[in-house]
Design a protein around this ligand. Sequence first.
Ligand SMILES: *Cc1c(COP(=O)(O)O)cnc(C)c1O
Length: 402
Amino acid sequence: MSRNKNLQFDSKCVHSGISDYEFGPVVPPIYQTSTFKFESAEQGAALFKGEAEGYIYTRMKNPTVEAMENAIAELEGGHKSLGCASGMAAINTIFISLLQSGDHVVCSKSVYGPTLTLLQSIMSKFGVESTFVDTDVDGEIEKAMKPNTKIVYIETPANPMITITNLEAASKIAHKQGALLVVDNTFMSPALQQPFKFGVDVVLHSMTKFLNGHADVVAGIVVVKDEEMYLKMRKTLNQLGGVIDPLNSFLVHRGLKTLSIRMQRHCENAQLVAEYLENHPEVKWVRYPGLRSHPNYQVGLKQHSAPGGMISFELKGGFKAGEVVMNSVKLCALAVSLGGVETLIQHPASMTHLSMGAEARKDAGITEGLVRLSVGIENVKDIIEDIEQALVKISMLEKAEA
Ligand SMILES: *Cc1c(COP(=O)(O)O)cnc(C)c1O
């Protein structure tokens, strides 16, 4: 790892996690094997005792997985990382490792839907209580802290309202009470935001999104700051079993090589799309960290280097207008997920946040005309043209109904 230490971030994307392999390949081979032969009874024993370097069984450790894990730990500026079968497997690994019955979690109200459900209906069965607050509003985290709060859990920017939480302030509040700050960095990736710089304790990603970047893998990762935390998490992950496999590790590692240039194009495109939307008569408001109209624009400037590829906007025509746009786009794919090279569009009220129920949606500020865009790396002219022709359909429909 140390040989890349002085490289710039985009060079690290290309070179991180690569070590020397038999026959000198320039990329890590896919070690598609479930198990590894021991040379002798003594060597097997030494491996199990942790006295020798090597591999035993792929759920525990695999060279292809390890290469990807090293790469991401290096890009995030962490100590080590743990490849998981999905982003949710990563979140589960963190919760199960760090929490026990009687503990309390403070979590962003505006958060990835299944994360909220995991805390509310699964962790609660094991005696873990959670409070959901607007972590982007000053003072809200502090008010929710209890003597038994063990984790403050934040997404920034957060799903799906693109809310921005001040990481440095949140880490001070968490640490004052002896809690850990866990951050889901999926929306930004380490190319744009490195939470460890702001005192965050654990970083996680759905690698399904920007890290892999090609919408062909489901995977997650936990990045930790020290060996003690690593061993704790590794033990849990070994028992839970939600590990990533060698082939998916290889694909994510390949995706990382273009992370920096992909993120740059995502940001350039999203900025232009957001500005276009902000001036459109069918659009009530736009949330994008690159717009001065974002309520936490200044906080964003301090903690991410560019505004990312995710935009939310509200259609004046509400649910109906949302449906029209969904049914009219041609280039933008009507799909959940995000962070791939192709532009995706979705309507949270009828899709990702449907299971929350109308009441909770309202509470989280998810309105009926809310549309979320994951801006891809196509030519931005084509993206805007596609949205334009879809937005025109709203006024056509309104005229036809009048
Ligand atoms: C997708 C996503 C997850 C969950 O990841 P999976 O890989 O789908 O399990 C968690 N957090 C955020 C912000 C996400 O976008």
